[in-house]
Design a protein around this ligand. Sequence first.
Ligand code: HEM
Length: 427
Amino acid sequence: MIPPGPKMPAIAQTAWFMADAPGAFESYHRRYGPIFTVRNAGFPPEVFVTTAELAEQVYRTDHSGHGRAGEARRVFLQHLVGSQSVLTQDGDAWWRHRKTLNPPLRARQVAGYEDDIAAIAAEKIATWPLDRPFGLRDHFQEITLEIIIRLIFGITDAGRVQRLHVLLPELIEVGGAMSVVMLPERLRGPAGRAPFGRYRRFVRLRAEVDAILLDEIRRRRTAPGGGDVLGRLLETELGDQELRDELLAMLFAGHETTATGLAWAFERILRMPGVLERLPDDEPYLDAVVKEVLRVRPVVIEAPRLLDAPLRLGGYEIPAGWYAGPYIPLVHRDPAAFPAPGEFRPERFLEGHQGKAWMPFGGGRRFCVGAQLALLEMRVIIREVLHRLELTAPDQAPEARRLKNVTLAPAKLTRVIARARTPARTA
Ligand code: HEM
């Protein structure tokens, strides 16, 4: 038996997902309970679960080898990040890469980036508009992109940094467009001679980015060392193309997500004077606020696995060839895991609660490799902003949640008015 789910045509389910994913899932959850089947046009059915316990059973397929996270992502990502990154591989090939990515991204390693992150943030914050409303999210994306270019790619040449600031967001935007993602392989044409306008533009952008990254990789091989992540990866056995794929994977998985997490942090705290008042210098509290923001507004909403064997789940049997995965926003509202789940209560993390139910970074063996860097970035950037500016939300109504590429973002991009702090509230 398979889990129940909406009867409407797959195309209507996809349309609802695109227009209002949170609304659609909340409605399915009310109607069908903690496990339900959703159908999207052109894809295998997907079973979603909304409790930590069921999610854990899905993540366990990482260990059995029957859940293929890489294959689940490949259709959306391979044209962007290639076939040799941790995002898109499975099995032994995935583990060979993951083993090399883990060490430079551990908490202790990324802690060494704190001052650089603060300096990059301070430089960008100084250029933000004052005394008129603007959306914060895209400004955070400039900061998180700069962090990836400098601290992960290790690129310092000002001209190249500048060029990548233009190219990379465009590559991701064009590469993420449905008309590009869904273009069938046979219509893509040979490299560089793609017949369709949008796809052709994508191929050109990718070629220009590749040329820069591969040149950096080759140049750095002749002058080893450096504290950036690429410097560390160059000490491993990964080849040039493998490194290029990993750099783009970290860019793709790491910059919009973190920027959206930051946007939600301000969207929430600017509406909670009691929380704002305690920030940013109480470090444990700041850390707890970041975690609570990612609980109530997880940026990535699903972490699917493509099953290559049937899976018994919640009394049902999910067929091989289907997707299964948690719907993270509802797992985070499971009252069994998070008492009073509707309340914003950072204290729950200070009291030691965490457990496996908190999954903004996914779970199992495929748990986000950049989680420690993302958490550090969020803490440091929040601190830098609050030391320099006094922010207010011109409209106190909460912002709606809207799908934006791979993330669920605040609909108005976290609209704020910034005023300079006088005197500067520096630590
Ligand atoms: C707030 C920011 C971030 C969020 C919410 C986030 C979330 C996630 C999620 C949900 C997954 C999938 C896990 C799963 O399938 O179980 C993931 C995977 C991944 N993330 Fe992140 N991420 C963030 C920041 C970053 C950063 C900064 C990097 C860059 C270093 C990064 C690199 C990756 C990579 C490479 C994977 C694939 C891991 C694998 O399959 O082995 N992420 N992330």
